[in-house]
Design a binder for this molecule. Structure first.
Ligand code: 6PG
Length: 241
């Protein structure tokens, strides 16, 4: 893995501000931009900020498309839904055209079926069936870090970690709570971005972050980006030197 840039900020509030600034930098002037959101609690402050001034006026809502890196196989109204959370915290509060929001179809028959539908949607959006390293699928990919080192719904020891062809996979069993089936993008699809930004805050993340940074073979360590790879962490999560 190429060495990521590690950016340390004071606290969770500063982390959300810096993430918003980076997102705007990536999508700002493009005719069409694609952002891949993440679930979990880490992005909640950022999502709230995007729905509020001054950030709300900085996002070119008509030109940005919103995808999700993984979701729990539950209806969007369920509190466990990642896209549901993004909608509640900001997408429902702004002028984001509904056709610019691309949820995983968690009403499909099963997670694998939903993965196939999402892959087809991503390919349609990208305009090709194969990813070209010179032309990224996303402009900005947000990632969280699970306490077991997972990212998206790519859990330690899962066969999904080795998926090289598919852009999305069904994950029948989650490796940690909440134990509901998932749908996840795969490493190659997530990597097809101008910037992948990890958001890690809080002292409870310090141990797992140290393990990732020290090179342990965890999913988060295997994540890569065709563009920039940045770990944005707050002081509480930063490993002691
Ligand atoms: C999910 C996520 C997952 C998350 C990490 C970190 O669906 O659960 O997308 O990969 O980012 O588990 O979660 P927290 O931000 O809650 O610590």
């Amino acid at each position: 893995m190429a060495q990521p840039d590690i950016v340390v900020v004071a606290d969770a509030a500063a982390l959300a501000q810096e993430a918003a600034r980076r997102l705007i930098d990536r999508v700002g002037t493009k005719d069409r931009a694609a952002v891949c959101l993440t679930g979990g609690s880490s992005p909640a402050d950022l999502y709230r900020l995007l729905g509020e001034q001054p950030w709300r006026d900085k996002v070119p809502w008509d030109r940005v498309h919103w995808f999700i890196g993984d979701d729990r196989f539950v209806p969007e109204a369920d509190p466990l839904s990642n896209m549901g959370m993004a909608r509640r915290l900001f997408l429902n509060r702004v002028r984001a055209p509904s056709e610019n929001i691309h949820p995983i179809a968690t009403n499909a028959n099963d997670p694998e079926g939903a993965a196939r539908l999402y892959e087809a949607e991503l390919k349609r959006f990208y305009g090709a069936d194969r990813l070209d390293p010179a032309r990224s699928l996303f402009d900005f990919v947000l990632m969280g870090l699970g306490s077991d080192g997972h990212i998206a719904s790519l859990f330690p020891r899962s066969p999904a970690l080795d998926e090289k062809e598919h852009w999305a996979v069904g994950v029948a069993e989650a490796g940690m709570e909440p134990y509901v089936p998932r749908v996840s993008l795969t490493f190659p699809a997530l990597a097809s971005t101008q910037e992948m930004l990890f958001l890690v805050d809080g002292a409870h993340k310090r141990d797992i972050l140290s393990r990732v940074i020290s090179g342990e073979d965890l999913p988060a360590r295997r994540a890569y980006s065709d563009g920039d790879l940045v770990w944005l962490i707050d002081r509480a999560a930063a490993p002691e030197k």
